[in-house]
Design a protein around this ligand. Structure first.
Ligand code: NAD
Ligand code: ZN
Length: 367
C-alpha cells in the first residue's frame, strides 16, 4: 500500500510518498524536476553501505547519473565544517539552482543536507529520502534544517522546504531495534497531541508497527506525517500551534542535556520519558485525568520504551539539575517555562508559564 500526504504551504505544496517500495517512484517524480540528467546524493557511510544500491536501482531506468558524497554517521556530522565541505563539493561539481540534492539518511543527513541546499546559490532543489523512523515521521517534514555548534544543538539553520519526500518503509527493515523504538515515540506523540483515535489505534497495533508489518507501518508513518504537515501548514515559522510538537520535549531535552547527549539515551527515548512526565505532572496538578496518564505510561511500557527517569542515586538526573536545564529554554523567564500539557489523551495545549518550583517538586517525587 502506498499513501500520499500533501504538505500545503503558503506559496506551494509538495508530496510525501509513504509505503513499502515508495522509492520505486523516485525516478518518475525526479525527472521532471531536472534540467540535466544528474542528481547529487548526500548520505552517511552506514546508509550508503546498506541502501545505496536501492537508490541507484530506482534511478537506473531513467538514465540519471548519481553523484555521491557520504559523511560519517552520527550527530557530530551536523557540523559547520561538514556544511562547508558539502558546499565545496557542490561548487566543485558545478551544481546550480536547477540541480537537485537528495538527502538519503536519518535526521542528521536530512538536516545538514537541507541547510546546504538552502545556501547553495541561495537555494537548490532538495529531496528527502528518510531512512530512519524518526526522520520519516518527524525531521523530514516541516522544513527545519540545521547544524550544531559547540554552543548548542541546531543553533544555525534555516526553514527550507523540500520538493518531495519519499518515506520508503522497506528501508526501515535494517534499522537497529532501539532506533526504531525511539522513532516510534514521536509517532505516539501525534496521538497524544490531538488524535485520540490514533492513540487508541496504536494501543491496538503498536506491535505490528514495530514489527514493520506493511499496512501498519504505512498507516503509522502516513498519519504522523499528515499530523505534522497540518500543524506546520498552520504555523510554518513556529509562532504558535507548532509548539505543540514539543510535547515531551522540554523534559526530554533536559534529560538529554543532563546526560551529556550520551548514546545511552536516544532523543526518542528521552521524548518518551518526557511525554510520560508531562502527563504525570498534569495529573499531579489535577489538569490531566490520572487514567489518561496511566494509559500513556502503560503504552510506552508495552512497546518497550522507557517511561520514567532512569537511574537512581548518583546518576546524572536530579530534579535540581533538570529544572536548571529547563530554565535555559529560550522561552523561559522568571522561574517559569512554557510546557506542553494535556487535558487528556489527544488534548494537548500550551501551558504558557509553568512554575518551575512546582516542576522541581514533582521531579523530586519521580526520582
Ligand atoms: P541519525 O541520522 O543519526 O541516524 C541514526 C543512525 O541510524 C545512524 O547511525 C545512521 O547511520 C543509522 N541509519 C540510518 N538509516 C538506517 C537504516 N535504514 N538502516 C540501518 N541504519 C540506519 O539519527 P535520527 O534519529 O534519524 O535523526 C536525529 C537528528 O534529527 C538529530 O540531529 C535531530 O536534531 C534531528 N531532528 C530534526 C528535526 C527537524 O525538524 N528538522 C526533527 C527531529 C529531529
Ligand atoms: Zn523529537
Amino acid at each position: 500500500p502506498l499513501d500520499t500526504v500533501t504538505v500545503d504551504l503558503a506559496d506551494r505544496s509538495y508530496d510525501i510518498l509513504v509505503g513499502h517500495g515508495a522509492l520505486d517512484h523516485l525516478g518518475e517524480r525526479l525527472t521532471p524536476m531536472l534540467k540535466q540528467p544528474r542528481v547529487f546524493v548526500l548520505t552517511d557511510e552506514t546508509v550508503e553501505r546498506i541502501h545505496r544500491h536501492r537508490l541507484d536501482e530506482a534511478l537506473a531506468p531513467t538514465g540519471v547519473t548519481t553523484i555521491w558524497k557520504s559523511l560519517l554517521p552520527g550527530e557530530k556530522t551536523k557540523s559547520f565544517s561538514n556544511l562547508e565541505d558539502i558546499l565545496d563539493w557542490l561548487l566543485e561539481s558545478s551544481a546550480d539552482r536547477g540541480d537537485v540534492l537528495i538527502a538519503l539518511g536519518g535526521g542528521v543527513i536530512g538536516d545538514i543536507t537541507g541547510l546546504a541546499a538552502s545556501l547553495m546559490k541561495r537555494g537548490m532543489k532538495f529531496v528527502q529520502v528518510p531512512t530512519t523512523l524518526l526522520a520519516q515521521v518527524d525531521s523530514s517534514v516541516g522544513g527545519k534544517t540545521a547544524v550544531n555548534t559547540p554552543r548548542g544543538k541546531n543553533m544555525i539553520g534555516a526553514f527550507y522546504q523540500p520538493q518531495l519526500v519519499i518515506a520508503d518503509t522497506a528501508l526501515l527493515e535494517t534499522l537497529p531495534a532501539r532506533e526504531l523504538r525511539a522513532g516510534y515515540a514521536e509517532i505516539v506523540k501525534y496521538g497524544l497531541i490531538n488524535d485520540p483515535e490514533f492513540f487508541a489505534w496504536l494501543e491496538a497495533n503498536g506491535e505490528a508497527v514495530l514489527a514493520l508489518e506493511a499496512e501498519a507501518i504505512t498507516h503509522a508513518v502516513a498519519t504522523s506525517c499528515r499530523a505534522k504537515a497540518a500543524i506546520v501548514a498552520e504555523d510554518e515559522r513556529e509562532t504558535g500551534a507548532r509548539a505543540l510538537l514539543n510535547l515531551g520535549h522540554t523534559f526530554g531535552h533536559a534529560l538529554e542535556a543532563a546526560n551529556g547527549y550520551a548514546p545511552d539515551l536516544l532523543h526518542g527515548e528521552a521524548v518518551a520519558i518526557g511525554m510520560a512526565l508531562a502527563f504525570r505532572f498534569g495529573a499531579s496538578r489535577g489538569l490531566t485525568p490520572q487514567t489518561d496518564a496511566d494509559r500513556v505510561t502503560a503504552h510506552l511500557k508495552a512497546t518497550g520504551l522507557q517511561y520514567a527517569i532512569p537511574g537512581r542515586q548518583g546518576g546524572p538526573y536530579t530534579a535540581a539539575r533538570l529544572v536548571e536545564l529547563m530554565q535555559q529554554d529560550k522561552k523561559a523567564s522568571g522561574g517559569r517555562v512554557p510546557l506542553i500539557l494535556a487535558r487528556g489523551i489527544g488534548q494537548s495545549y500550551i501551558h504558557k508559564d509553568a512554575d518551575l518550583s512546582l516542576v522541581e517538586a514533582f521531579l523530586s517525587n519521580e526520582l
